[in-house]
Design a protein around this ligand. Structure first.
Ligand code: ZN
Length: 324
């Protein structure tokens, strides 16, 4: 009973993939992949939340377009995990349409972004949140049944994790796992504060860019190393970034840097076909990035894994020292 919806889901994805004519080979592709064909790590891009705010002098439509242009220049398709709350008005609908028109996928990231490690955000809340955003995004032809937990928190105990997993499955959803987690949101927040204080012209944008690139690559290399130790293989990674100003300004540089450092880049829905995403960690190890939970589950990293895996606390002093 569980296998059939999975097969249908994959078939639907394959059919959608054929629509633009470019992917006519899609039906001949294997339904799953378990290693990068080139012997290199591969990264794909996902963007969370979906903001419709003007930021630090950049009108919303302009900075959103900057992200789309970076992806288009690299011929890359991303997945956009959206909160539903701000998608019902004109700007929200514009955002979903702009992503759809450009061939990117839209997935579920709750309605109001609750933390499911909190007691009050119980299974009922989870179901309502999932459904509310599903109703909004399922009207768009590029929506897919992947769900990403806010803050990557899947529940504070085993019982909760189990019940949330059951609800996900009942609605035909899979976990939109992240393999590379970062604190791009924190760099973004500090950049915006600086621009508000000094104005764009007087802000050392290139210093923020350099810090951002170094941070993302450092985290990517960390998760790749951990993943290679666990899986004995390069995998197709899914990186968590946000729909924000740092993505608008620096995504092009980031993709370039990944390539310079020997990474391949790919479309996010292709990356999710990697067998690693079938490797669901046992409930007691759920949460944070998939690689983090698998590392925790292995029992070999008890002294080296930090908690939380990624947070502003690890970046604050470094940024303070650089005057960022
Ligand atoms: Zn989020």
């Amino acid at each position: 009973m569980k296998i059939l919806p999975g097969i249908i889901f994959v078939l639907i994805l394959s059919v959608l993939g054929c629509k633009d004519g470019k992917n006519n080979y899609a039906e001949k592709e294997p339904l799953s992949i378990n290693k990068s064909e080139t012997g290199k790590p591969t990264v794909s891009f996902t963007f969370d939340d979906g903001s419709t705010q003007d930021i630090a002098g950049f009108p919303f439509k302009e900075w959103n377009q900057m992200i789309l242009t970076h992806l288009e220049e690299e011929d890359l398709k991303a997945i956009f995990f959206v909160t539903g709350q701000n998608k019902l008005d004109e700007n929200g609908q514009f955002l979903l349409e702009s992503w759809t028109k450009n061939g990117h996928k839209i997935a579920n990231h709750t309605f109001t972004h609750p933390n499911f490690n909190a007691e009050k955000n119980n299974a009922n809340v989870f179901e309502q949140e999932l459904k509310a955003t599903d109703t909004i995004i399922s009207k768009f032809k590029n929506s897919i049944k992947l769900f990403r937990f806010p803050y990557l928190k899947e529940g504070q105990n085993k019982t909760k994790v189990d019940s949330l997993r059951n609800i996900l499955a009942a609605y035909g959803y899979h976990n939109g796992y992240v393999t590379i987690d970062t604190s791009d949101w924190y760099i973004n927040q500090r950049l915006i504060n600086k621009i508000r204080k000094l104005g764009f012209e007087n802000t050392a944008i290139e210093k923020f860019r350099d810090f951002y690139l170094q941070h993302i690559l450092e985290r990517a290399n960390y998760y790749e190393k951990l993943s290679f130790e666990i899986n004995k293989n390069h995998i197709h990674h899914v990186i968590l970034l946000h729909h924000n100003l740092t993505s608008a300004l620096f995504l092009g540089n980031l993709i370039e840097r990944f390539k310079e450092e020997g990474w391949d880049v790919t479309d996010a829905d292709k990356a999710y076909k990697d067998d690693i995403f079938k490797d669901i960690p046992r409930t007691e190890f759920a949460g944070e990035s998939l690689i983090y939970s698998l590392a925790k589950q292995s029992g070999n990293y008890n002294n080296s894994l930090r908690y939380p895996a990624e947070d502003s606390r690890y970046e604050k002093d470094k940024m303070d020292k650089l005057g960022l």
